[in-house]
Ligand binder design. Structure first.
Ligand code: FES
Length: 692
């Protein structure tokens, strides 16, 4: 490959062009790469690009069928480049190009680089959509851009017809064509491809499009020209399964869908599903079938939305926690139910779609990202791929908040991972007025510091509850409960308003200030919404959140101990729930360590983004396999310091750890001590059921 900016000259037959200076042969400069070289008059632009290593796409191999090779002439005097570039330095718009433009339409000024030939000096612009390695996966500024380099590539070929005098097989002539026309050699071909090969060749009148997987394996052959195949990136969560269908050459997400994981009927959380397997022989097979059926439904839904068929899906990548990972692959998850939490395999897995009963293209390949440890799965590998803490200079904490919190801490020097048993409280479970995020659920809350009057927002309505039109606009949904992000804001606001002490006790003396503070047996409650249903925060609700947040903080703190650090530079909250949390309130509550709030962000479904990266960038697969091997796994359950960190982290935001950044951004109340009405408020680590 030519170095960017360097000029090369090219020898073609008798037209040797000397050393590239002043020899009369046209100079061509490709932008944005800046690659340049001299080529004989009449050289197709695509050919010059190929020889200079310029990134221009092609499926049809220069036959004016695919239109992927489009370029634009930059006209003008380019003094810096030493080029006077003119439109007539390129051959006239040809009849072949016109035929393509009539059929498929082409933007004005565009040329097919496989057809246009050099007549004089030129500066050629390669638009992003004509580059093979375009960069698309980048949702936020701090996220790295990912180059599109899919594992499946399409190649259109013309294959020699059979000949009585040259008795070679159809496959061998196809391989010869792929070698001559695309430089592909040593390809493997599965029996299933050979079974359909003869009809494809004859239907296509000896032209076919071939899908080649990782440059090594022919996975599909279609008659004639085909320019689009799709890949599906799936995040198998214990509650929901989410999928993105991507067009593999552009990387564009063409359809997305999500559905509930039907395994919920076997148990809400992961351990209850493992228990189901323990109690019911064959239960693992039932759950495997349930999740695979759901993925088939998901594939059908996204294909329909995108206007393609499931047969066009040629590649699928999966992420999921270890138990979801095992159940999807048909591996009994029983070993993950207890110490030492042995995975069947912690490496990446690649196999045929038919091996897990997926009803997509029969030769589609499946790639499952590697797991990290028995508690830290392929979903965390996806988060690492998406957030790239292993490339960061800054000490980066990534937390995937769900039923279990997966925690990754480190930078390009070292990376540690752990899982912390937060339980489902952050998702609204175990909270008396908690509910899943759905229309009608309170998701934002503010409490007046003087009057202790709350105002809130519910999902499905943009108005705050003190707006005159709120009641009318929420008539259909009502105000039904508090979702995970709502409960975090509510507890944090109760603390900021002085309703809660630092130890998480509801301060009964505040009843003098507001009738919303009411006795509830031997503790107090806060009346959040006096409607139907009536929504109250009880002492045990506060306690459930304290237990969950203390587990999360203690896990992060343990990793900080291992790295011998007291502060982190950047925090990313991942997971569907993480994307709804207001990071400020997460910090007020002490879910996460102190950090500059400007450097705390939500990453949304980072695990799913990781699956998408593995779908669109072949090298990312090697990268994550390498990084996962280097991740240092910390098992919170066997670390004696975990319990001590946990107890300290029960306080809001924390018993001893300073929160200087937070204190600058938020007026934290002065510590106050309230004697609890019973031992519920003692700050102990045991979960109790709410009475009454
Ligand atoms: S390479 Fe396909 S149209 Fe030019």
């Amino acid at each position: 490959m030519a170095a960017e900016g360097a000029e090369i000259s090219v020898k073609t037959g008798n037209n040797h062009v000397g050393n590239g200076n002043g020899n009369g042969d046209p100079l061509i400069v490709f932008m944005p790469s800046g690659r340049r070289g001299r080529f004989p008059r009449g050289t197709p632009v695509l050919q010059a690009a190929r020889q200079l290593g310029v990134d221009i796409d092609s499926v049809c191999g220069g036959r004016a069928i695919c239109g992927r090779c489009q370029v634009v002439v930059s006209e003008g005097e380019f003094a810096k480049l030493g080029v006077t570039s003119k439109g007539d330095h390129l051959s006239d718009f040809s009849a072949v190009e016109q035929r393509y433009a009539d059929k498929r339409s082409m933007k004005p000024g565009r040329r097919l680089s496989c057809q246009a030939v050099l007549l004089g000096d030129l500066v050629i612009d390669v638009p992003e959509d004509s580059q093979v390695h375009k960069q698309v996966v980048r949702k936020r500024a701090e996220m790295r851009a990912i180059e599109i380099d899919p594992v499946v590539k399409l190649h259109y070929v013309e294959v020699a017809e059979p000949d009585m005098h040259d008795p070679t097989g159809d496959l061998q002539r196809l391989e010869k064509a792929l070698k001559e026309q695309w430089g592909l050699t040593d390809l493997d071909t599965d029996l299933r491809v050979i079974q359909g090969l003869q009809s494809a060749l004859r239907t296509g009148k000896w032209t076919v499009t071939v899908a080649v997987h990782l440059g090594k394996q022919i996975t599909a052959v279609w008659p004639g020209f085909k320019d689009q195949v799709f890949g599906l990136a799936v995040d198998v969560g214990s509650t929901t399964i989410a999928g993105h269908l991507c067009e593999l050459s552009s990387g564009e997400v063409v359809a997305s869908s999500g559905l509930m994981n039907p395994q919920i009927r076997f148990g809400e959380d992961l351990m209850s599903r493992v228990s189901y397997v323990m109690m019911n022989p064959g239960g693992d097979a039932e759950m495997t079938k349930a999740v695979r059926d759901a993925i088939n439904d998901l594939a059908a839904a996204v294909a329909k939305e995108a206007g393609c068929t499931v047969q066009d899906i040629l590649e699928v990548t999966f992420v999921g926690n270890p138990i979801m990972h095992h159940l999807l692959l048909g591996i009994n998850p029983i070993e993950l139910g207890g110490a030492p939490f042995a995975l069947a395999s912690d490496g990446p897995t690649m196999f045929w779609a038919s091996e897990i009963d997926l009803k997509i293209h029969p030769n589609a390949r499946i790639y499952v990202l590697p797991c990290i440890a028995g508690h830290v799965g392929a979903d965390t590998a996806g988060v690492i791929l998406s957030e790239a803490p292993h490339e960061a200079d800054e000490m980066t904490l990534v937390v995937d908040v769900g039923t279990n919190a997966e925690i990754v801490l480190g930078n390009k020097e070292r990376l540690l991972a752990a899982s912390s048993p937060t339980g489902p409280a952050f998702e609204g479970a175990q909270i008396s007025c908690g509910q899943r995020a759905a229309p009608g659920a309170i998701e934002r809350i503010r409490i007046n510091r003087e009057t202790l009057e709350p105002r809130f927002k519910v999902i499905g309505c943009d108005l705050w509850s003190d707006h005159p039109d709120f009641a009318k606009q929420t008539e259909a949904t009502g105000v039904t409960g508090v979702c995970g992000s709502g409960i975090i804001e509510c507890i944090a606001e109760m603390y900021l308003a002085g309703i809660l002490t630092q130890d998480g006790v509801i301060d009964g003396s505040m009843a003098a200030k507001s009738p919303r503070i009411q006795p509830a047996e031997r503790t107090f409650s806060y009346l959040l919404h006096d409607g139907t249903p009536q929504l109250r925060i009880f002492q045990n609700d506060v306690r459930a959140i304290q237990l969950a947040k203390a587990a999360l903080y203690a896990g992060a703190r343990l990793l900080m101990d291992h790295l011998n650090i007291d502060k982190v530079d950047r925090i990313t909250l991942a997971g569907a729930f993480g994307s709804h949390i207001d990071v400020k309130y997460a910090m007020v509550l002490g879910m996460i360590p102190d950090c500059d709030l400007a450097k705390v962000s939500s990453a949304g479904n980072a695990a799913g983004t990781g699956a998408r990266i593995a779908l669109l960038n072949a090298a990312a697969r090697d990268e994550i396999t390498r990084v996962v091997k280097q991740v240092e796994k910390v098992e919170t359950a066997v670390e004696p310091k975990f319990q001590a960190h946990f107890v300290e982290a029960m306080a809001i935001p924390h018993k001893t750890a300073p929160y200087p950044h937070l204190a600058k951004a938020v007026a934290l109340p002065a510590p106050k001590v309230v004697m609890p009405r019973d031992d519920d408020g003692s700050g102990g680590g045991r979960r109790r059921r709410r009475r009454g």
